[in-house]
Design a protein. Sequence first.
Length: 245
Amino acid sequence: MSRPLALVTGGTSGIGLGAARALAADHDLALGYRENHERAIAAITELERDGVRVRAFARPLAGWEDARALTEEVAAAFGAAPRVLVHSAGRIADRLFLDGPFAPHLELVQEHLVTGMALCHLLLGNMYRERFGRIVLVSSIGARWVKRGQASYAAAKAGLEGFTRALALEVAHRGVTVNAVAPGLIETPMTEQVRELRRRIPAGRIGRPEDVGALVRFLCSAEAGYLTGAVIPVDGGRSLGDPAS
């Protein structure tokens, strides 16, 4: 029996790679990444050791055309469209809203929100036909626990959460679930300089990509078919209290 194909954007590092590692147990993998070819090769080498069918696709994601090109490349390489989507791609680029031009703010929203919406639009047709689909969008506790310099990031992630709930309502009758995970501080290349913040986390440690990956794997499973429209924090309890404490 063939394994379902999962497309994981941002899948060669950080949270995306954590999700890919977890999904490798029962999925073939298409990993989208921006430009770090060495990191992509390392991810493929690691995952292939377990006999996983995996390919990586270098494509910055900045909107509809990039999303369309990526899904076409994946379908051509695997001979099938993904039945699972994990959208983890996107940068954190702190910048005060009035500090400099508007373009970087728009770019951030395109990467996190617009590209996620585009990928869903492109892949849902096949999921509808198959009467099975799993979509997991990576949000952040930063959608609600905001900080200075992250107006665009917070807007994009909050939009992603609203989109998750609304889309889940539209597609549930076809066996397609749409959920979001909202990580807190996770140890990735983007968070190397903030390890001292562990004192603010009730669990007493920074999260690991596999903490998120385990939840993503469950949400993508057949057993999770009755769970949809949820936004689930993975933050060691940080969002339960004052983020400034």
